[in-house]
Design a protein around this ligand. Structure first.
Ligand SMILES: C[S@@+](CC[C@H](N)C(=O)[O-])C[C@H]1O[C@@H](n2cnc3c(N)ncnc32)[C@H](O)[C@@H]1O
Length: 255
């Protein structure tokens, strides 16, 4: 069975199955639109060395690997500390079912494994962050991935609408060496979008009339979320590294 057929089965049945044939409800996964977003980014940019943080039932991995399948010599490194225990090895079972054998799974917390990969001299040109979603964990993940990434590389961050992740993304968008490459929306945030359109959008328009410093002083980050093309409904963003990271030791931009 190929990855696309397996994904179709999983999304139709809304279940996943362990290696003994026991089924469990599908959960914690990216949705189809997000999966296609990852797959198309890989098809377009042809990265060779990918890394993913947060394996769970392997849904994002199936999308990533179905695109990597067509790139000769591609590698995929996956980090998740509890694949065998909490996730009952179902991510691994799914990759086996899809005949994907070129990945390596590190059952470790990303904050422990990433510094080691850096010290081993590993380099990546595509990364997907979907692990522990606290502000500090996500920023630590990005910090090490950035150190292992050449200009041209892409870092995709999931759950961009979560307040902690949204805040980090707005901080990262100030880095001179990154640009917002693309983003995808989720249907799950329809109510928030409505609220945003009705209530916060007028304030945002007003805020555009103010000088940047004053705007930042008056409005919390929540109100100016819609800047830089990132709305509340944005669920996943791709940042592309466009230059070496040469920020000075005291670099800071309000965000
Ligand atoms: C939202 S789920 C990932 C879903 C997956 N990307 C998919 O689409 O099926 C988050 C995952 O992050 C893992 N995780 C939690 N803390 C982590 C950490 N410190 N390092 C790496 N992975 C972590 C969890 O075990 C869980 O599998």
């Amino acid at each position: 069975m190929n990855a696309a057929a397996l994904l179709n089965d999983i999304f139709t049945s809304k279940t996943v199955t362990d290696s003994l044939g026991q089924s469990y409800p599908l959960g914690s996964n990216i949705d189809m639109a997000e999966g296609m977003f990852l797959q198309q980014l890989i098809e377009k940019h042809q990265p060779k060395h990918c890394i993913e943080i947060g394996f769970a039932y392997g849904i994002s991995s199936l999308y990533i690997c179905s695109a990597l399948d067509n790139i000769p010599g591609a590698t995929h490194t996956i980090l998740d500390p509890v694949q065998n225990t909490y996730w009952k090895n179902i991510g691994v079972a799914n990759l086996q079912r899809a005949n994907i054998g070129y990945y390596s799974l590190l059952e470790e917390q990303s904050e422990i494994a990433l510094p080691r990969l850096l010290s081993e001299g590993r380099r990546f040109d595509f990364a997907f962050i979907d692990g522990n979603h606290t502000l500090d964990h996500t920023l630590v993940d990005f910090f090490y991935l950035n150190r292992m990434m050449e200009p041209g590389g892409i870092i995709v961050i999931d759950d961009a609408a979560m307040p902690a992740i949204n805040k980090i993304i707005r901080y990262l968008l100030n880095y001179p060496c990154y640009r917002l490459l693309d983003s995808v929306e989720t249907k799950a945030f329809f109510k928030r979008k409505l609220f945003d359109n009705m209530v916060t959008a007028p304030f945002r328009v007003l805020s555009k009339l103010l000088p940047a410093g004053l705007k930042h002083q008056i409005f919390s980050g929540e109100v100016i979320k819609g800047n830089r093309e990132l709305g509340l409904q944005t669920s996943m963003v791709a940042l592309q590294k466009i230059a070496p990271d040469e920020r000075a030791w005291n670099w800071y931009q309000p965000f």
